[in-house]
Design a protein around this ligand. Structure first.
Ligand SMILES: [Zn+2]
Length: 93
């Protein structure tokens, strides 16, 4: 059965999602419409703020992860291992 040529998709003509779709800029987090994406230039102040925000998030995650890790048997083992390696450091003649 041939496809009917009379079928017209509701989105035909103006791709309306192009004009209304906003995405956060991956660089600065600003909400940029897909339409403007090509012309978007990151605001340096915004860029810095966004980076700091991401960094702070990472640091928090790292600290929490480290605390959990050190409290775990694995962490305690590696601490013990580190102590041991420090004592057996080569060059201590
Ligand atoms: Zn940006």
């Amino acid at each position: 059965m041939p496809r009917g040529d009379e079928y017209v998709s509701p989105q035909s003509g103006m791709p309306s999602f192009f004009t209304s779709h906003h995405m956060p800029c991956p660089e600065c987090g600003a909400s940029v419409s897909a339409f403007e994406h090509d012309q978007h230039a990151c605001d340096p102040a915004r860029l810095l703020e966004f980076r700091l925000f991401q960094l702070r998030d990472e640091v928090h995650g790292f600290e929490a992860g480290l605390r959990d890790y050190l409290a775990s048997p694995h962490g305690r083992f590696s601490q013990w291992l580190a102590e041991r390696e420090r004592k057996h450091e080569p060059g201590g003649r």
